[in-house]
Ligand binder design. Structure first.
Ligand SMILES: [Zn+2]
Ligand SMILES: [Zn+2]
Length: 294
């Protein structure tokens, strides 16, 4: 585990961050794949000097998917509003959701967001059990294809999520890297910038933020979703808003890798993070230690 105050020179392994403005991607025991009580994130945020967190439990729309109608909305809302009250003045807690985008369920997704209010809506694409990246299908899908062809179905869904303009943020833009580790390393993706370009252009136009998801730093992937060069390119294309999230599903993953994620954001030329869509927040400015690296 890294101590960011460590003065020892040399490469630093990622660890749980301190003193960053935000962790905008967290799963609690209201997600089917996490058992972390929400109180534990609030306590860690307070202890680590992280003033704001967004609880973004999963919501799936494919019947039978793990988070299909998993967390009951009124119960989730009540638990998070209670938590907000208990931590008022110490940690700002946001009632978020990580909504699995699938173009085939667009109308159901729109209807859900029209009729349910959240503080923060994160849109992401996952490997669905009936899709090409499912564990039992991916090897035959990859065979005989180029990397650009392999990522195409994932990126097509991400493009539709962006164009929907339903989301504050698009999360883990290229999570497909994780499932393709047996065949491709993170560096291989830098050789197909043309696959990313339309997504970044659409994201700039949409007003949604780009998430730098640090979970890749603790996966065999070994880099964030997306990697630093993609964040640089987003900025060059006129991207205005970025955020960072650990995508934690375990107590020790809270804020994990966010020091590195903030460095990536700062190196791309951003001086602050964002949360709500199209809202300028003066209080999410990166601490001085990041800004010096720009
Ligand atoms: Zn996700
Ligand atoms: Zn997540």
């Amino acid at each position: 585990m890294t101590n960011i105050d460590d003065k020892t020179p040399g490469p630093r392994a990622p660890g749980q961050a301190r003193d960053v403005p935000l962790d905008a991607h967290l799963h609690t025991d209201l997600s089917p794949d996490s058992r972390v009580p929400m109180e534990l994130y609030a306590a860690q945020a307070f202890e680590r000097g992280i003033p704001e967190i967004a609880l973004t439990d999963h919501l799936d729309f494919m019947p039978g998917a793990p988070a299909y109608e998993y967390a009951n909305y009124p119960r989730r809302e009540r638990l998070i509003r209670d938590l907000q009250e208990r931590w008022a003045g110490k940690v700002k807690i946001r009632f978020g959701v990580e909504l699995t985008w699938e173009t085939r369920y667009e109308s159901a997704i729109r209807e859900h967001l029209r009729t349910h209010r959240y503080d923060y809506v994160l849109g992401t694409v996952h490997a669905m059990s009936d899709g090409p990246y499912a564990r039992n299908r991916i090897a035959s899908f990859v065979e005989g294809k180029t990397l650009a062809e392999i990522v195409a179905p994932y990126f097509a869904e991400v493009a539709d999520a962006i164009r929907s303009r339903l989301f504050d943020t698009i999360g883990h833009l290229d999570m497909c890297k994780r499932w393709l580790v047996p065949w491709y390393s993170a560096a291989d993706y830098a050789a197909i910038p043309e696959a990313y370009e339309p997504l970044l252009v659409a994201l700039v136009e949409s007003g949604s933020a780009l998430e730098v998801n640090s979970s890749g730093l603790r996966h065999p992937t070994g880099e964030t979703y997306p990697g630093p060069w993609v964040v640089d390119r987003f900025r060059e294309l006129g991207g205005q808003r970025v955020t960072v999230g650990s995508d934690s599903h375990l107590p020790h993953c809270f804020a994990f890798g966010l020091e590195e994620a903030c460095e990536i954001v700062a190196a791309a030329g951003f001086d602050r993070l964002t949360l709500e869509r199209a809202v300028d927040r003066g209080d999410l400015v990166l601490p001085e230690r990041f800004r010096r690296k720009v």
